[in-house]
Design a protein around this ligand. Structure first.
Ligand code: ATP
Length: 485
């Protein structure tokens, strides 16, 4: 596969330069997105009629389309368009030993502090004044005193940090004894490691090759929030790339611009993305090097995806603990070794959220506010809406129905006649439908309809027979399109 990779911006930017070059968020207030998402059927609070459950969100009819499209776009880039990566769908429940071996039982935890007066709990590293906290600070029992930290709500005294394991535990089988404890997976990666040999053998894979997975993960986050950014039940899109040790550094660097480009290809503005390299003190126990792709959310620069050089930690540990030989025999070098892993770890919830925020547009058109979502056509929930100018004329409605039925064979299309045409356009703009097809009285005479473009609002008249082709051609062009600047 040939590809032109854009130059990666410097990973470690100096703090002052970053502050000076802060582009600001695409949308000032998170509430703007949360309320649009609820009003238009993208995301609802889970179990809302019972008052909701913290940090779980349900995707509504349009949200599920958007998220499915995000997952499809990732699969296309990571599996379909490449000959070196294959897919996998491992179980959410795994042998409990997996999580002991991986280090999660011992150290997948966050430092938590509790306020003595109101009993609220906080993640130590999210308190004001902890911006420069190092990993050893997080383990320092005297850290609260040393930094003079107080409860951000009522100013009360805070406890020393306690480490709180983020894995959800449950029981397998009818007897709740300790032997039956299993965990809901906190990441999909382990499924790929324990299947390394199965995949390599059944698919006759030579190094380097990757295993991609999309699926649910669960973390009992101490301070979830910011809408779908940090949930307790979420999905991940992770890819484990198995490499020769000597090639790991080079391959790691190659994945950085590739993953960056995936976000820009689907519409995220370059200026709201940056790379951030983890300081040596911040690296997870398994990582040799880690760089996050960060996005400028309304609540600051935050991780969108992590790219990690994990060395031989994963396969090495599983080999030692399971007794199964996970080495790879390299016929070129005539030697066996445990492959190293370069991982790209992102998630469709954070990605869909980012695409939503970055696509949000507000402008004034003829004295009225127009809100639109300039979503990439591949990601838009509906590709096309078919609208009647006069719903009282049965011939117009029939023609609309004929068009929409035909379009639905290939794309998500919707028919709507519940308001005036101006309102219908605004509704489709707000949910990001790239094209609206309007059938009017003249259509009955000239067998032509008007197609309106969401972004330019330009209208063109095309024949009824061309509609299907028009939409699928434009979608194909958008799919092939180069990354947006
Ligand atoms: P953070 O530092 O934000 O907690 P992390 O470094 O723990 O993230 P990873 O373990 O690298 O995240 O997980 C990979 C990806 O999975 C993240 O980049 C994100 O897209 C997604 N993800 C992780 N935790 C959550 C969550 N609680 N809610 C939604 N998505 C998540």
């Amino acid at each position: 596969m040939t590809e032109t990779l854009p130059t990666a911006p410097e990973a470690a930017a100096d703090a002052a330069a970053v502050a000076a070059s802060d582009p600001g968020p695409a949308v000032e207030s998170l509430d703007t997105i949360v309320s649009l998402a609820k009003r238009r059927g993208f995301v609802f609070p889970s179990s809302e009629i019972y008052g909701g459950i913290n940090a779980v969100w349900d995707y509504g009819p349009l949200g599920v389309e958007l998220k499915n499209n995000v997952k499809r776009a990732w699969w296309r880039a990571m599996v379909q368009e490449r000959d070196d990566i294959v897919g996998l769908d491992a179980g959410i429940l795994m042998h409990p030993q997996v999580w002991v071996t991986s280090g999660h039982v011992e150290s997948f935890s966050d430092p938590m502090v509790e306020c003595a007066t109101d009993k609220r709990r906080f993640r130590l590293d999210e308190l004001p004044g902890t911006e420069d906290l190092t990993e050893s600070d997080k383990r320092d029992p005297g850290i609260v005193e040393r930094l003079g930290l107080k409860c951000p709500i009522d100013g009360g005294p805070l406890s020393a940090p306690r480490h709180f394991n983020l894995m959800f535990r449950t029981h397998m089988g009818p007897v709740e004894d300790d032997g039956a404890v299993v965990y809901l997976r906190p990441e999909t990666a382990q499924g790929s490691y324990v299947n390394f040999k199965n995949v390599a053998q059944s698919m006759r894979r030579k190094l380097p090759f990757g295993i991609a997975q999309v699926g649910k993960s669960f973390r009992n986050e101490i301070s979830p929030g910011s809408f779908v950014f940090r949930m307790r039940e979420f999905e991940q899109m992770e890819m484990q790339y198995f490499v020769r040790p000597a090639e790991a550094s080079r391959i790691f660097e190659e994945w950085l611009p590739r993953r960056w480009r995936w976000y820009t290809r689907y519409g995220v503005a370059e200026r709201r993305l940056r790379f951030r390299e983890h300081a040596p003190d911040e690296l997870a126990h398994y990582a040799k090097k880690a760089v996050d792709v960060e996005y400028r959310f309304p609540f600051g620069w935050k991780e969108l995806e992590g790219i990690h050089n994990r060395g031989d930690w994963d396969l090495g540990r599983h080999q030692a603990a399971s007794g199964e030989n996970l080495e790879y025999f390299d016929p070129q070098a005539n030697e066996s070794f445990v492959p190293w892993v370069v991982e790209t770890a992102g998630g469709p919830d954070r990605a869909a959220f980012t695409f939503l925020i970055d696509a949000y547009r507000e402008e004034e058109v003829r004295g009225e506010k127009r809100v639109s979502l300039a979503l990439h056509p591949e990601l838009a929930p509906y590709k096309v809406a078919v609208l009647p100018l006069l719903k009282k004329r049965p011939e117009i409605v029939q023609l609309c129905q004929r068009l929409v039925t035909d379009l639905r064979r290939d794309v998500m299309a919707v028919y709507d006649d519940t308001a005036s045409i101006g309102k219908l356009y605004r509704r489709q703009d707000e949910i990001g439908t790239p094209w609206c097809v309007t059938v009017d009285v003249e259509s009955l005479e000239d067998a032509a309809v008007t197609v309106r473009d969401r972004d330019t609002m330009m209208q063109e008249r095309i024949s009824v027979e061309q509609v299907h082709r028009f939409i699928t051609d434009r979608l194909a062009a958008a799919r092939q399109g180069e990354p947006a600047a």
